[in-house]
Design a binder for this molecule. Structure first.
Ligand code: F6P
Length: 407
């Protein structure tokens, strides 16, 4: 049996907001592009469709002691299980059950009912509090929570997670499973008893960063740029505002759900102009994308540094990548935080194809190097203009890297 005729159930496992649906979508995408008929069966979708009369926003609906609700949720799960089985017994090749499935009892039922083909359980774990918090805030935007204020909705959602936690059993007794860190796309543990020709493709997909459309922008002109000063937290000049507004016009027809920026005014102000032309767009400032911190040189111009601290100037010039500013950072020390920033942005962006990051000169060089594999010594010299942006696509079958003008 080869990958073309293997039938497989994939069962997602994990608390809400751990990235299960993102992983499910990614797998579906890869399979479909390889002509492997795949469908996702999502319990939440069924619940929202068939129980509009029930307050499914309420955490009490997920309380394991609420017998009526437990039974109703079980019925939705059984419906999806039946549909998945029917799908594989007709034209389908891979059926993905996307639900929390955190209790052993539920997984037992799945294994009993889906005994005609192998099952692979995929557990998603993400312990980053900030990301989970942002992800919850995004989730409560769904119409299910329309009756509540954002604050109350977040409260209900967190309580829902706690109820799921009460029945949480780790994977371990299942035949085939894989536990992954869904923020870092890393496999934590895996066990395979059945033969699964598709497994290597699945594994490869899970650990690969797929970029369908990354728009990497630098903030537009700031008051410090005009004076050639580094670091600081200056705002945009009138020309910078004009450039930002041109960016807004340029991107108005593209759907940008999130704009990831640094915590600095100049990136947030640039993002605000783009957001103003979008229907539903959230700006997420991440400290990981703050510009290189130049320590004792913050706020100085390159000229001033050369005159007053000639050693700093020449040492940096001699080995720019490895040089660390006194009491500050260097390209080399930024590497890890930039990597985390990229992971966070991709985790949160999930379902939409376009992702936008508005960063700074050094930050954008590091982000580009993440996708470009430049030699380290060349990274601090990558061209990062303010009147153009980078558009990057990196999937299994397409690689695009272009520098585009927006005006
Ligand atoms: O001048 C703008 C700026 O973003 C500074 O804040 C930062 O220190 C610098 O660029 C980074 O570029 P380089 O590493 O070439 O000095």
């Amino acid at each position: 049996m080869g990958p073309k005729d293997e039938k497989l159930y994939i069962v997602m496992v994990g608390l809400p907001s751990q990235g299960k649906s993102t992983v499910a979508f990614r797998l579906q995408d890869v399979f479909r592009r390889n002509a492997i008929p795949t469908r996702i069966f999502n319990n939440g979708v069924l619940r929202r469709k068939y129980s509009p009369h029930i307050d499914t926003w309420s955490s009490e609906f997920y309380n394991p002691a609420n017998e009526e609700a437990v039974e109703l949720r079980k019925q939705f799960a059984l419906t999806n299980i039946r549909n998945a089985r029917r799908y594989l017994n007709s034209q389908g090749q891979v059926a993905i059950l996307d639900a929390t499935n955190v209790g052993r009892e539920r997984r037992q039922i799945i294994q009993e009912q889906l005994n005609d083909h192998p099952i692979l359980f995929i557990q998603c774990v993400n312990n980053d509090k900030e990301i989970v918090e942002l992800s919850i805030r995004y989730k409560v935007k769904s119409s299910e929570f329309d009756v509540l204020s954002e604050k109350d909705a977040v409260h209900e959602f967190k309580k829902r997670i706690e109820y799921y936690r009460m029945i949480y059993d780790d994977l371990g007794t299942e035949k085939n499973y894989l536990r992954m860190d869904s923020l870092h796309n890393k496999i934590i543990e895996e066990q395979l008893v059945d033969q699964m020709p598709l497994y290597s493709r699945i594994r490869d997909c899970l650990v690969t960063d797929v970029v369908k459309g990354l728009f990497l922008l630098r903030h537009t002109e700031s008051f410090y740029n005009v004076e050639d000063r580094i670091g600081g937290d200056a705002g945009l000049t009138p020309k910078g505002q004009e450039q930002a507004s041109a960016l807004g016009r340029f991107f108005r027809k593209k759907k940008i759900s999130y704009i990831f920026t640094s915590e600095k005014k100049r990136t947030i102000q640039t993002a605000q102009m783009i957001k103003s032309r979008q229907d539903d767009c959230t700006i997420v400032p991440l400290e990981e994308f703050n510009e290189i911190f130049s320590g004792i040189c913050e706020g100085m111009s390159y000229d001033e540094i050369q005159k007053t601290m000639p050693d700093v100037y020449s040492d940096r010039k001699a080995d720019k990548y490895n040089y660390v500013y006194p009491e500050g950072e260097g390209y080399i020390t930024m590497k890890e935080r930039i990597k985390i920033g990229i992971k966070k942005a991709f985790f949160l962006n999930r379902k939409t194809d376009n992702i936008m990051i508005i960063g700074h000169r050094a930050v954008n060089r590091m982000i580009l190097s993440h996708f470009l594999y430049r030699r380290e010594e060349d990274v601090p010299y990558i061209y990062i203009p303010q009147d153009k942006f980078y558009h990057i696509v990196a999937t299994q079958d397409r690689k695009v890297f272009e520098l585009k003008k927006y005006q």
